[in-house]
Design a protein around this ligand. Sequence first.
Ligand code: ADP
Ligand code: MN
Ligand code: MN
Ligand code: MN
Length: 372
Amino acid sequence: MSYVSESSSLNKALRQQYLSLPQGNFCQVTYVWIDGSGEGLRNKTRTMDSEPKSVADIPEWNFDGSSTGQSKGHNSDMLLIPVCMFRDPFLLDPNKLVLCEVLKPTRETAESNHRNRCNKVMEKVKELHPWFGMEQEYTLLGVDEHPYGWPRFGFPKPQGPYYCSVGADRAFGRDIVECHYKACLYAGIKISGTNAEVMPSQWEFQVGPCEGIEMGDHLWMSRFLLYRVCEDFGVVATLDPKPMTGDWNGAGCHINVSTVQMREQGGIEHIEKAIKKLSKRHAEHIRVYDPHDGEDNKRRLTGRHETSSIHDFSSGVANRGASIRIPRQVGQEKCGYFEDRRPAANCDPYAVTCVMARTCMLEGEEDAHELE
Ligand code: ADP
Ligand code: MN
Ligand code: MN
Ligand code: MN
């Protein structure tokens, strides 16, 4: 059995000749959408006669939902509604990537489409100018599903030297990290940083601050770029929240949150109010923080490896073992933002920002439930 991905062993230099052929006025538009698993991404490409200037110029399309876990065979056409357009860092200008919402043939929202409801909530709270920043952790695997760069038999040295590391004996897969970063910048994704993580072959990048619905749009497309870059290199990125059992850190997707009041002088008061509201809805949030109602996060939120226990809510300044952390600088300046450390790496950012806005930013309880 070969452990080398076919894709990575193709001659990439040869590819360049064809990619640089002129394409006239035609534009290749790749539609990207979330499949029935709520985690996987799918894509397909079509030609447009001219370059779309905005997402409004890109027509609706459809796909076979019976092949993506999104419909039954007898009525399988699902609709793709373009919502956010990016430059394509693989086929280059003028070609585009477009993130889509999925609707049923009746134009009802598909089960795995959490964007629709998220957008409604973001509309309701838009006066608060909600900003989000998410820290996407992920693990690189070989196509044999073993962490990339780990010995075939046995384990690397214990955790300690890997976080923010440099060197061939500790930073595994930097090519992917750097290519992905450049690809995100080219595409127009608001990527704000990257670092090597505590477990070897685990990395993080940050997207944000993004306002409202933009958070989910940009994070989902950044994940697509990650998978696509990995494909070129013949490795796989997994968002499994605990890819290796034992004394190895899991992978989360911390969310940083603020409203205009929190960012203004004395905003800490508003941060504390939001944390109080969150403390009353711990169980509800845990159900939304991974795609399987908390089952995936159970393996990660153990109270060890810089996590809080899945069963308890806690908060504190500079405390990385708490559910909610107030960054030290925010504690000192008495304004800024807070961090919820509970979301799993494979969470849906639409679902997470949606529940966050409902809990912390909608006024009364009635209001928060009105959109059910
Ligand atoms: P950590 O110390 O938790 O590792 P990072 O530097 O990895 O923090 O990530 C911080 C995140 O917080 C970034 O995504 C950034 O965009 C986001 N962020 C910064 N300021 C704000 C703010 N005022 N509101 C919301 N998010 C913010
Ligand atoms: Mn971070
Ligand atoms: Mn991290
Ligand atoms: Mn963090």
